[in-house]
Each structure stands twice: as structure tokens, then as C-alpha cells.
Design a protein around this ligand. Sequence first.
Ligand code: ADP
Ligand code: ASP
Ligand code: MG
Length: 919
Amino acid sequence: MASFSSTISSPRHALSPNTFVHEAKHKRISGSHCRTFPLHSQRSPICRMGFISRFERKETTKHQIFASVTDTTVDKSPEKVKLPKGDIWSVHKFGGTCVGTSERIKNVANVILSDDSEGKLVIVSAMSKVTDMMYDLINKAQSRDESYISALDAVLEKHRSTAVDILEGDDLGSFLSQLHHDISNLKAMLRAIYIAGHATESFTDFVVGHGELWSAQLLSSVVRKNGVDCQWMDTREVLIVNPTSSNQVDPDYTESEKRLEKWYSKNQSKTIVATGFIASTPENIPTTLKRDGSDFSAAIMGALFRAGQVTIWTDVDGVYSADPRKVSEAVILKTLSYQEAWEMSYFGANVLHPRTIIPVMRYDIPIIIRNIFNLSAPGTKICHPSADCYEDDQRLESFVKGFATIDNLALVNVEGTGMAGVPGTASAIFDAVKDVGANVIMISQASSEHSVCFAVPEKEVKAVAEALQSRFRQALAAGRLSQVAVIPNCSILAAVGQKMASTPGVSATLFNALAKANINVRAIAQGCSEYNVTVVLKREDCIRGLRAVHSRFYLSRTTIAMGIIGPGLIGSTLLDQLRDQAATLKEEFNIDLRVMGITGSRTMLLSDSGIDLSRWRELQKEEGVMADLEKFIHHVHGNHFIPNTVVVDCTADSLIASHYNNWLRKGIHVVTPNKKANSGPLDQYLKLRALQRQSYTHYFYEATVGAGLPIISTLRGLLETGDRILRIEGIFSGTLSYIFNNFIGSRNFSEVVAEAKQAGYTEPDPRDDLSGTDVQRKVIILARESGLKLELSDIPVESLVPEPLQASASAEDFMQKLPQFDHELAAKRQIAEDAGEVLRYVGVVDVVKQEGEVKLRTYKKDHPFAQLSGSDNIIAFTTTRYKDKQPLIVRGPGAGAEVTAGGVFSDILRLASYLGAPS
Ligand code: ADP
Ligand code: ASP
Ligand code: MG
């Protein structure tokens, strides 16, 4: 029995081993008898098609008569059937994963059977991984690695066991004998490659195409088993392509159409299962459409049949707005224009081979991408934008359909003043690039003509740079060209959309999203087609950039990844507030906050998609790991799909504060109630502020002064609108506010302190409040915000801790001894009282005199500071607009976990609105 797949399509050089030659002759002769076997009855024996290697053609001359006799008979036959072309045909292409196992092959057969189109043409890929395995055989054999033999056995076993699962009786027997036959041929061929230590391209193409030959035979047998007449087609008999210099092939439609007619006249059937990926040259040498080429096969066949539609079945619900493996929030696109689909696939969306579009576009045949594992999903329809199916609304966002990336690129920059206005430079550059066979993926030339920059695959850049150096040696030596520079480790990020580039604002939004993610763009190209804007980024920024731009166009919500440091009183209150508010924020304000990590000093809890805040305490106990700040930051910032990161420092630790600079540099926003950074060394503060101004990274610290009260923001507002601050004076300590508000009548100072301690208003050691250093830190923060360049030590503080008790061993000891000093403050209170005044512990920033202080002052009883109750803070801003007697006053509770956490929360929301959340 002739074996078409192995014998007649053996490449011309394949036949050096004697056994092989012998076998080839033998097969052809037996093929010439054209016996019909159950499985092989669908094949075209050699005598009909003359699909032979050159080697064999030479040999066949003596059998010529057979071929011509057969052909003549067919040609003269009155009942020769013409291929009915047109809408009656529906084309289905099944990718490797669709036919990856015996179960899946059966499932595919069911999908075919349930399509009620009149004619069905099915293009099938090799079972998943098989093409890789076949390439691996070649690589092993040519590098003289004996293990190609066992690897070939694995290929045999994979197909044998699948066949045993899904076929039976004669069908199984025929398939297995064919399979064994093919494998023994391959073995001989691989042996030859092993000996030669080299495989030609046609050897390789012949070997690797077997995966499709086997999967197509298996699938067609299963369809037939279900009682449907079904022919299988070895597309090498029909599809004729011409190789091009760029490792691609161009279909010869005229010749292919002729061969298809011929094939159909002998194999007419309304259900045809054809091999994807493989084809022949006009000389009948087996070739392939190159990796992932089955999509292209389906499109060409769709065009040859003038099919009604081509469905590409794969393992995802359709074309996503970005690679779903990289952007988990990507959405399925309902429709795409041919151009958009082409651009997406060209720039790396491997859901569709880029060349799939052209053949079907010629006849306006729509392509549908569907998921074999989710038949309920309608998929993505690729069609002409004017077609009824195409949905195109006019929102700005809809101008961008999707994003794709290509990694492992290098930029080459050819620069020099001698280039401007000199015709032929670009052509000389790209000539040199062409000579080394490198593929240029994108080109950009500044209109000053001083530089031409282009991207090539990283593995080709060395050769390209050398070629350019040598081509331009003279120009470089003479200084007409200043350099040929290579920038390695780059990636391309492409945004694709019908007319995106021509719509004002779309590109701006794209670049804005990149800027906000603190990503530097190295080169830009925009095709005149206006379907695409391409940017070159550092490789390490690529995924973050992709997620940032994707979320800008596709997530209507502003998504922020949060890392919370210090789940103490304020931190845990904040987490509870976030838990209670998250849903409302998402639904009503489009803000999506996700806590990706919580770390204390000992344990940390990390999550890839966001911690369930209703259970964070339990989760921390159950799943917490040893705290490691570096790992924590890396996780929160680097290891997820969210473009914006904020670290919320709820500690009072200066060590944590010392990291802000580094975090901001990395593009991590910082929100904190921790005073240590802003009240620490002046140069550290100035650096943070400078960083903030240079980048789009934000640093908010409203809760460092007055907890949730709008103090820093009020001050900023005044300054930014051109007001001049003259003086800030206030009661900044909730504890001291409480103490003096209650230090009335004949009450003792120590008694009020004890009461405040009891009520939890003081630090565990009340001296931390009474010493005034906390107020001093707030004063320095406000002084610096107002533009004063002062150190903490420049702010004198009047401590309320009596001198002899400053060194007391413990808080208890202090509390016990404090009554001994009650008379001092009682006396001061009396003097004030006599003058109609009260005592208040205040902080003052005198901007005019460029100084600040913290002290006990007296105020008239009708002064706003005298009217306070509880633990309220009050801050008075005297400015050129808010003059002396009428300062701007902010007053309210300025201490406690709820209001402090609330202040931090409102900074987080401010960040969200800076990042683009709707107001
Ligand atoms: P097949 O073997 O069926 O041809 P491929 O692996 O070639 O399948 O293509 C499907 C894969 O393409 C999907 O599993 C998905 O991971 C990937 N992919 C990359 N970009 C996109 C995108 N924008 N939309 C959908 N899938 C994409
Ligand atoms: N089997 C071939 C490959 O893996 C062709 C395809 O599946 O599209 O490259
Ligand atoms: Mg594919």
C-alpha cells in the first residue's frame, strides 16, 4: 500500500540510506496499483497526484504511463465533479490544545458534527506539543544525540495510545500500520541526519509536518466512526507555496486552486479534515507555513473554498484586549477589524498567526475565534469594520482595542550630524541589516535626521551592529556618524486600534498612563496606518507598562495595589475601614483598592490578587510568613497585575521612613501618618520633596499633623494659590488639649494626667506627650511645608515633664511622683485666671521670623483656643489673605485611631484621584 505521507513526499535528499531507497521504490510500485484500504481510501495514491520527490520522479519515468492513463481517464470522465465554492462551506481550525488528548479529539468530532453547515472543511494542528517534539528530534539528531531514538519512541507511543483509545477494528489497524510505517521512515531519515550532523530545511519541514498528518487521520476516522462521510486531505497535495527570502512562504493561489479542484474531483465529500501547517513547493517538495502556521492554512483554505466563515478554535474565549497570561484583567473583544487583528497578532498576540488575515480579507470572510473548552462563549469576530457585525462605539477608550508586547529586542541607534539631508543613509543602514538577515521590527527616525533607530531581535543585534560598524567605518572615522549604539534588553509595547493614532487624546492618554507608572519610553513609532502606536521600553518595565496602559483604557476603575506596614492600632483600623468601604468605592467611585500584603515586624501576609480583608487577622495567623521588608516590597510592587502601588507606613519607625526615598524612586507611592521622615534630617526631607516634584510618584502625609483634619492640604492650598503664610499657631496634641481643657477649677494637674492616661488618651508613658517632642515634630513639619529650612533642634520646646522626673525609671514611678510638682502649674493657672486667661500648650511657626517653638501660652477666655473641649486640635493660619484677627481656623478631633486611619484613607483616595479616578 502506498504511503503518501512518507513515500511520495520524501524530500529529495532524504534517500541516502539504501533501505530507504528500496522502500521508496517499493511503495511507489505498490501505490501504482491503487488498491483501496478502508482508512487509506481517502488518500490520493501516487498514481493520481504525482506528488513525488525529485528522486522519485526520476525513478518514475517508467511508470509514467500509469499517471497519464489515470489522469486522462479522470479528465474525460463526464461525471467529474467541480468543487462547489461559496457560503455553503464553513471552515473550522482546531489548534493543538483542542486535539491534545483522545478525549479532546472526540470532543472536536462532536463540534464538527453539530455544525449544520452544508459543507465543512476542518483544518487541524498536530496534537499539542507534538510539533515541538518533532523539532526536538531534528535538533537531537543533528547534534548527534542518540536520544533522538527514544524521543521518536515517545512520539510513536503518544499517537499509538491515542489511536487505541479512540479507534477500533480496521480503522485502528490501518492507522497503526501507517503510523509504524511513518515512524520507521522517520527513523531512517533521522539516522541520515545523525550521520550527516546536519538537516536541510526541506528534511526538517518534512519531519515536523508529521504531527498534522497523524492528527488529521485520527480526527477524520473518529468523524467517520460517527457515521458521517468524511475525507482527509494531505494539504501538501493541494496547497502550493513559494518560499521567500524572509523565512516565510507565499501561497500560489492559482496553482493551489487547480490542485484543489483536482483533489476534490476524486475525493468529493461534504466533510473534509485537512492538515494544517504543511504545504508543498511548486516542485512538490514538502514544506511548512512555519511555526503556528495552521491558522494561516485555515485562512488560505477558507479563501480557496470562498467559505462563509472561518472559525479558529483554541483554548481561550476569544481575542483578549491583552495577553491574558500577562494581564489577568484583560477582556474579550467582541469584534475586531481585519487590520486590528493583524496588528495585534503581528505585535505578539499569538492567538492568531499574523498572516491569517490577508487571504480571508480578500473575500470578506469573517474569522471567529472561539474556545473549544467553553462553547457558551460567543468568541471574537474579526471582520470588515463596515460589516454589520462590527461594533464600534465612539468613546475615546474604544479607539484602542488591545495591547500586545514583543520581548527580547535590542534597539540600534545610528547617530551623527552627517546623516541629515544625505540621501541613501537609511537605505545603506537597512541594506547592511538585510545582509545579516535580521528582521527589523520597528523603525523610528527623528525629523532632524540626526539619528535613525530601529528594533531587532536581541539575538541578531550583535551581527547587525558589526555589519553597521564595518559598513560605516569611514563615516565613523570621519565623524560624519558619531556612533552606532546598541541598547539591549528592550521590549515593544504596541497599542492597536482603528484610527487610534488619528484621534486626538488617545496617544496622550497612553503616554500619560506610562508616565504615571513611572516608565520611561525609549523610542516611539506610529505607523501611518494609524492603527498602531508602538513604544520601546526597558524589558523589565514591559509587563508593568502593559498593565498600566491596559488598566487605563480597560479598567474603568483605578486599581491600586497596597502594602500596609504596621498593622498596629492605626494600621488595623485602616484595614477595617478599607474592608467596610471597598465595595462602595469600587461600585460608586470606580476605585479598586487591593491589599497585596500586610507586614508587621515579625510576620507578613502576602497575596497575589488581594487579601480578603474580612479575614486578614486569621489569615495572618494561618498563612503569615517571616517578615522581610525587601521581599514584601518586591511582592507588592513587582509581582502582580496592578499598575499602581502604594505603601502605607502605619508605624512610627524611622527605619521604615528611611526607605521612602528608594520606594518613590521605584515609582511606589507612599502614604503615611509616620512623622519620622518629614521631621528627620532636613536634607532627607528636601530630597523626598524634590523627588515628588520630579516624578509622577506621590507622597502623602496628611495624618502626620492633626490626624484626619485637613491641615497639610489646607496649607498647600493656600501656598499653591499664591497666599503667603505669616504664622501658624495651634494646639497639635490631642492629649495636651484634653489635659488643659480639663485642668480647671481646683483640679490638680497630676489628677488630670492620670484621668487622661486612664481614658487611653496618652502614650503608655505620659512623658512622651508631656515632653512636647511630638508637638515639636508637627511644628517642624508645618515649618518645612511653609518653606522654612529648619532642623528639629531649631525648635525650642517647653517640656511639661518636671526636670527631676525626666530620668524617672518607669511610667508608674513618674505618675507616682508627679503630684509633688502640681503646685507649679497651679500657680501658672492662677496667674492666667486672674488675667481672664487660660493655659494652652501650643506649637507656633513664625514664618516671618523664620522660627518655630513649642510652649505653654495663655489665651483670653474668648479666644478660639480657649473654647476647646475634649481632645480637639485647633490650628490657626494667619496669611496675607487671612489677616491677623481673622485667621483661617481648622478645628476638630485630632487624635485617635479612627480619625488618624481616616486621614490615611483619605490620602489613599487622593492618590486614586491623582491617578485618574473620577471625581
Ligand atoms: P493554538 O494551539 O490553539 O493555536 P496558541 O497557543 O497558538 O493556540 O494561541 C492561543 C494562546 O494565545 C492563548 O492560550 C493565550 O494564552 C495566547 N494569547 C496571547 N495574546 C492573546 C490575546 N490578546 N488574546 C487571546 N489570547 C492571547
Ligand atoms: N503544529 C504547528 C506548530 O505548532 C502549527 C500550528 O499548530 O499552528 O507550529
Ligand atoms: Mg496558534
